[in-house]
Ligand binder design. Structure first.
Ligand SMILES: CC(=O)SCCNC(=O)CCNC(=O)[C@H](O)C(C)(C)COP(=O)(O)OP(=O)(O)OC[C@H]1O[C@@H](n2cnc3c(N)ncnc32)[C@H](O)[C@@H]1OP(=O)(O)O
Ligand SMILES: CC(C)C(=O)C(=O)O
Length: 590
């Protein structure tokens, strides 16, 4: 195969033919959502290998309404019977506050059929398009500038005669949209000239402005250039108040979202796009990303993606294209952290968040005022996963790249056990070995299972499991206070059917019980580290104890115990250490 030595020689640097010296958009920030239009059922649908059936379009339409779209481009009614029939269904079923938009080329017979499809609609937007760039005029249409403008203007007049000028069509609130297709590749002055002519033909009002949709039919350059083109158009078009400037950015260079954001700064009022960026070639601008980006700037997009899963289900089912796991906000993996340092930061972030929440709740209760919302400030997570229907449990996932925090987060969320640092480190090694052996991510249930098996913290009634692992458990105890404040613990522990009576004295119950074990097993039980916390918020909540104990001359082991009686929780933690010693053959049973 022969290749050009330097393929770049084939291409010319894009020249927007603009000299915008006083651009204002870089000085602005977004402060409100745009008017949204979903074109999933038109631009999205026309680009699918298998376009949607009427039933699929109906399901999709209902979901768009549920999300909150008030303008939906439902079809290209002159293209197929399916699109025509679906437009009729929309006319009959769209909620009264939702405008149905349909697209037609600047061809009179197509326009006629398009408007026939809309008969009886409450609110309709007739959208016609005509490419204006030199490339299209020369290659596709063989039309001069004058001829192109004339065709667009005459077709606008024709739409007018069939809609707002027709007394029989007055049950519909008619809106009109014109797209100079290939706008981003069109000489800016010429795009304005065509739009001025179309505007005069439609005669819009401030109450019902004409929509000029300025598409980046093909994304030609960096997003700042598109923003310049939009600002230039906004500045120069006459009767600006009678005009709604709409964006329709495609994603050829992968910058559609950025282009739409900058172009809103440049003055655009409206954005057309698709959920998850479906559409021709690399797609239209992704409305999910645009909308949720607004949330993270403290702006309500007035589109509801709180049940993201149901949105994805509909989109995947109808488009028959899976959502990429890394798609912003919607992708399955975007709120998941596998790597240790991310997990560490997120776990600390949630801890701080919970603390702040409790503090604000306490302040509100003491002052009798409404509780303030805690500002979202979370390492690695720009949006609260709960705002898109994701649970916190699913955020941290564990594979061989995860450090100590991942596994301990899973234990915290599932067993409410807040492991001390030393135990986190010890348990993470167990998990690491397992992920390496399995060469895959571990499921939550597997991690919980590993923890319960290693620390043998089965509830008391799981006798069979305890017998299986040859484990001791506490049967009973009572405590006496000795002279000088010392404690004496008498207890019975049991392994299989063998009961053992123990007796020990110490400064407190834990040391007394450790001493009783030391006496029976004839080796030291040194408590090196001890932590405890309560589980649950009620007064009858249980206690969790964590003990790091050196048995004989072996390395210290962590044990875990849970019980309503804090003493028993501690004894169970020591028994957990004992059981691990037996399993590791540090202690041999006769
Ligand atoms: C950028 C966009 O996404 S625009 C929307 C595009 N969407 C679609 O095309 C989906 C639906 N389209 C269709 O089903 C078909 O194209 C139809 C039914 C509309 C037309 O079918 P056909 O009559 O076979 O025409 P065809 O599909 O070949 O379209 C090309 C013709 O339309 C003309 N044309 C293209 N765009 C326009 C326009 N905006 N205004 C007027 N004529 C146009 C072309 O010049 C060409 O004309 P020619 O046949 O005289 O050379
Ligand atoms: C019809 C227009 C708006 C279009 O789809 C495009 O230019 O991409």
């Amino acid at each position: 195969m022969t290749m050009l030595k330097d393929p770049s020689l084939k291409y010319k640097k894009f020249d927007p033919k603009l000299n915008l010296k006083t651009r204002q958009w870089p000085l602005r920030t977004l402060d409100k959502p745009p008017r949204w239009l979903s074109t999933d059922l038109r631009d999205g649908n026309q680009s699918l290998p298998d376009p949607m059936t009427v039933e699929e379009k109906q399901i999709y339409f209902k979901k768009l309404v549920e999300i909150g779209f008030k303008e939906i481009e439902v079809a290209f009614p002159s293209a197929s019977q399916i699109d025509f029939d679906f437009t009729r269904w929309c006319v009959q079923n769209a909620p009264s506050d939702v405008a149905i938009q349909v697209l037609a080329p600047c061809r009179p017979q197509f326009i006629k059929r398009t408007i026939d499809a809309l008969k009886g609609a409450k609110k309709a937007i007739v959208h016609i398009y005509m490419a204006t760039s030199e490339c299209f005029r020369d290659i596709v249409f063989n039309l001069s500038k004058e001829e192109t403008k004339k065709q667009a203007t005459e077709c606008t007049r024709y739409v007018r005669t069939l809609t707002k000028d027709d007394p029989n069509m007055h049950e519909t609130e008619w809106m009109f949209e014109f797209s100079p297709e290939t706008f981003s590749d069109t000489d800016p002055d010429y795009a304005i000239e065509v739009c001025e002519s179309v505007k005069a033909a439609w005669n819009p009002s401030i109450r019902n402005p004409i929509i000029f949709n300025l598409p980046a039919t093909v994304e030609m350059s960096t997003p700042n250039v598109y923003a310049d083109q939009i600002e230039n158009f906004c500045n120069k078009i006459s009767e600006r108040k009678k005009v709604c400037i709409s964006l329709h950015p495609h994603n050829d260079r992968g910058c559609a979202v950025a282009a739409a954001e900058l172009a809103q700064l440049a003055g655009a009022d409206r954005v057309e796009g698709c959920l998850f960026g479906n559409g021709e070639r690399t797609g239209n601008v992704d409305l999910v990303t645009l909308a949720l980006n607004l949330y993270t700037q403290g702006i309500n997009p007035h589109l509801d993606f709180s049940d993201m899963k149901s949105v994805i289900d509909v989109v995947e089912k109808c488009n028959k294209i899976p959502i990429h796991p890394r798609a912003p906000y919607g992708g399955q993996l975007v709120v998941c952290a596998f790597s240790g340092s991310h997990q560490d930061a997120i776990k600390k972030g949630f801890k701080k968040h919970e603390q702040k929440k409790r503090k604000l709740a306490f302040e509100a209760e003491s002052s009798g005022k409404k509780c303030r919302i805690v500002d979202w400030k979370m390492p690695y997570l720009p949006l609260d996963p709960r705002d898109i229907g994701r649970t916190y449990e699913a955020i941290i996932r564990v594979n061989s790249q995860s450090g100590k925090r991942g596994a301990s987060w899973i234990i915290l969320r599932n067993l409410e056990l807040d492991l001390p640092r030393g135990l986190q480190i010890e348990f993470s090694k167990v998990v690491q070995r397992e992920t390496e052996a399995k060469t895959r991510e571990l499921k939550t249930s597997e991690i919980v299972g590993l923890f319960e098996t290693k620390y043998i913290i089965f509830p008391e009634n799981t006798v069979i499991k305890l017998e299986k692992v040859n484990a001791f458990r506490l049967v009973d105890y009572h405590s006496d206070t000795k002279k000088g404040g010392k404690r004496e613990i008498h207890s019975i522990i049991k392994n299989n059917n063998k009961e053992i009576k123990l007796n020990g004295v110490g400064n407190g119950p834990i040391s007394a019980f450790a001493n009783s074990l030391a006496a029976y097993f004839n080796r030291d039980f040194d408590v090196v580290n001890y932590h405890e916390h309560s589980l649950g918020k009620d007064s009858d909540s249980q206690a969790a104890s964590y003990i790091n104990c050196r048995i004989g001359s072996n390395p210290p082991l962590w044990g875990v115990g849970i019980h309503e009686d804090v003493n028993v929780a501690g004894f169970n933690a020591l028994i957990s250490c004992l059981n691990q010693s037996v399993r590791a053959n540090f202690i041999h049973l006769n």
